[in-house]
Design a protein around this ligand. Structure first.
Ligand code: PLP
Ligand code: COI
Length: 338
C-alpha cells in the first residue's frame, strides 16, 4: 500500500472491493463483494433521467487499541431507510445494511488508515433506480452499493477556522427533501459551492427557504453555535439533514461535558451574539467557523481565525476520543469490525 495517510485530502481513491446488491421483481438479492468499480445500465435509467438516488456517509477508524470500528452505522441505516421511503425506493433492511458496511470495510482492511494519522476510511452506501423509465415514475429495479475510500480532512487546512457566507440561493424547500440524503439536494448546491469558492468562501450557509430568516445548515454539514455563557445551540428545522454527528455532539455536550444544549430556531439576526460556531458532519467532523459574511457585513466569531473556540475544541476532543477509543463510548455507539 503506497498511501501517504497524513497527506490525504477528501477525494476518491479506488479500493479493492465494493458491495453490490440488486433489487428486481420486488426483492433484494443476497449481495456480493466485487472488484468491479464500474456500472453498466440503460441510458434511460431512472437515476440518470430523474435523479432517483440517495446515499449515506460514515467512517471506519483504527482505535488506539488497534481495533477497526465504525461510528453508529445503525443510524446511517435508519436515515437511509427514511431517504428511500421518501424517494420511493425499496428499503434495504437495517441489519443487512450494517452487515454490508462491515463486509465492505473488512474487504478493504488495508485501506483503513493507521491510528494517529488523522485519516479514516470513508464509507459511501448509495442506492439508485437502474431500469429504463421515461414517464415520470419510480424505477422497478435498483442497486444498493457500498464503496470505501480513504480520506483526510474535508476542508483543506484541517481544523483552521473557515470563512463562510450567507447564501442567496436556497438548499431545500419547506416540506421538500432537505431532511433526507438525496443526491438532488447536492446537485442543486453545485453552482453555489463553485461560486462561493470563486469568491473566497469555504462554504454556504443556507437560510430557511420559506422566510429567509433562520439559519439552516451548509451544503454538507449541520451547524452548531456556542453562546457566550457556554450553551451549545443548534438549529431546529424540518428541512435540514438530521446529522448523526450533531445528534452525537449534543449528547456529548450534555452528558460528558455538563453543558446546556438547545435545539431551536436560530435567526440570522442573532448570530453576531454567539461566541463560537462550527460545522459538523461525518466528513467535516467539527470544522470551526471564524467568519460569517452576510452580504459584505463580516461577523467575526470571538474565537478568531487561528484556532477552534474552547467549547468547540472540547466537543471535538471528546467526540474524537470516543470514536478512537480513548474515551469510553455510550452503549452502542462503536461498532467493531471483526
Ligand atoms: N448536512 C448535510 C447536508 C450533509 O450532507 C451531511 C453529511 O452527511 C451532514 C449534514 C452531516 O450529517 P452526519 O453527521 O450524519 O454525517
Ligand atoms: C458526509 O459528511 O458524509 C457528507 O455526506 C458530506 C459531503 C461529503 C456530501
Amino acid at each position: 500500500m503506497n498511501i501517504n495517510w497524513s497527506e490525504l485530502g477528501f477525494s476518491y481513491v479506488k479500493t479493492d472491493k465494493r458491495f453490490v446488491s440488486l433489487y428486481k421483481d420486488g426483492k433484494w438479492d443476497g449481495g456480493v463483494l466485487t472488484s468491479d468499480d464500474t456500472i453498466t445500465m440503460s441510458e434511460c435509467a431512472c437515476v440518470l433521467q430523474y435523479a432517483q438516488t440517495c446515499f449515506e456517509g460514515l467512517k471506519a477508524y483504527k482505535t488506539a487499541g488497534g481495533k477497526t470500528v465504525c461510528f453508529r452505522p445503525d443510524l446511517n441505516a435508519e436515515r437511509m431507510i427514511s431517504s428511500c421511503e421518501k424517494m420511493k425506493m425499496p428499503v434495504f433492511p437495517k441489519e443487512r445494511f450494517v452487515e454490508a458496511v462491515a463486509a465492505t470495510v473488512k474487504a478493504n482492511e488495508d485501506y483503513v488508515p493507521p491510528y494517529g494519522t488523522g485519516a479514516s476510511l470513508y464509507i459511501r452506501p448509495f442506492m439508485f433506480g437502474s431500469d429504463a423509465i421515461i414517464g415520470v415514475k419510480p424505477a422497478n429495479e435498483f442497486q444498493f452499493r457500498i464503496f470505501a475510500t480513504p480520506v483526510g480532512p474535508y476542508f483543506k487546512g484541517g481544523v483552521k477556522p473557515l470563512t463562510v457566507r450567507i447564501s442567496d440561493l436556497d438548499r431545500a424547500a419547506p416540506h421538500g427533501t432537505g431532511n433526507i440524503k438525496a443526491g438532488l439536494n447536492y446537485a442543486m448546491s453545485l453552482y453555489n459551492i463553485v461560486d462561493a469558492h470563486e469568491k473566497g468562501f469555504d462554504e454556504n450557509i443556507y437560510l430557511d427557504a420559506g422566510s429567509r430568516t433562520y439559519i439552516e445548515e451548509t451544503g454538507g454539514a449541520n451547524i452548531i453555535f456556542v453562546t457566550r455563557d457556554g450553551t451549545v445551540v443548534t438549529p431546529k428545522s424540518d428541512s435540514i439533514l438530521p446529522s448523526i454527528t450533531r445528534r452525537s455532539l449534543l449528547y456529548v455536550a450534555e452528558k460528558y461535558l455538563g453543558l446546556k444544549v438547545e435545539e431551536r430556531k436560530i435567526a440570522l439576526s442573532e448570530i453576531s451574539g454567539f461566541a463560537e460556531c462550527g460545522l459538523c458532519g461525518t466528513a467535516a467532523v467539527i470544522s470551526p467557523i471564524g467568519k460569517i459574511v452576510d452580504h459584505g457585513k463580516e461577523i467575526c466569531m470571538p474565537s478568531g481565525m487561528s484556532d477552534m473556540g474552547p467549547v468547540t475544541k472540547k466537543l471535538y476532543d471528546t467526540l474524537r476520543g470516543i470514536q478512537l477509543g480513548t474515551i469510553e463510548a455510550p452503549e452502542g455507539w462503536i461498532y467493531e469490525i471483526k
